[in-house]
Design a protein around this ligand. Sequence first.
Ligand SMILES: *Cc1c(COP(=O)(O)O)cnc(C)c1O
Length: 339
Amino acid sequence: MSTINLMSDTVTKPTPDMLQAMFAAEVGDDVFGEDPTINALEAKMAKLFGKEAALFCPSGTMTNQIAIKVHTQPLDEVICDEYSHIYQYETGGYASNSGVGINLIRGTNGKVTADQVEAVIKPVQDWLPISKLVVLENTCNKGGGSYYTLEEIRPIRELCERRGLKLHLDGARLFNALVETDEPPRAVGELFDSVSICLSKGLGAPVGSVLIGDADFIRQARRVRKVMGGGMRQAGYLAAACIYALDHHVDRLKLDNDRARRLGEVLEKLDFVESVRPVRTNIVIFDLKPPFTADSFLAKLREKGILAVPFGPQTVRFVTHLDVTEAMIERTIEVLKHI
Ligand SMILES: *Cc1c(COP(=O)(O)O)cnc(C)c1O
């Protein structure tokens, strides 16, 4: 029996058709702007989001870190929810790469409101950091895959305009939200100064994230990418996988979301589960009742060929993705019911 890997949607491997698209890619030196496949991916993403330009990067950490650096100056601060990837999982890069502080909001499942943002914007004083950038995450990983609708983002956009703040979207899993809301990427692009999208998560590309914004922003972003060591040469082989993912793997994200929801429904009924965070997309986060700990529970799952990650001493995360089949979901449900 093959292993069922629910650790993350980053574990997907290229499909045979994706590999063919990669082998067939035309490539060039992208530091000179001469890789036609990367240029095509960047143009495709800019158009999709209604923006002027885009930049291909090796990771979503890099796209986020570049956005923070271009939007801020040292001694500024970034406002975000306490669950944000940029705060939790990017090794404190905002501080070392950009010399900025962070101003955390305790939101709801990783989501913040305009009122919460407005309450923490600092007045301008010589002795205070300057509130410069707001970062939203959609979907929110640590929030259990929660998502914002456009209606919820619009007041935050208006606030940022009124107070002179920039707004960046960490959209690592944005398409998992858009298949639920049926909103077009272009409408999302309109509300943000910059958008980061990961192609290497549920969309199934092996490597790659794209940063999207206006032409001047992306010009500066290219320089920052270079100094971070992210200027790649014939990386069109990777961009080809990303184009393939956009063309073939977006709509099927709905399947991943539905499967996660089913796992959540089963977990809620099990007596060793304390609670399940509302399952909105492809992430299921749940708390276990003692004597189970995350480690002892994960060890039991591993014996049955199911892998997942701890998300706290009593907390576990499952993520569904391209390489988790219907049969694997059914087997996982059977195993859970008999633990
Ligand atoms: C995965 C992820 C990123 C980027 O991660 P990389 O592994 O650096 O590509 C950024 N934000 C969120 C919310 C993520 O889940």
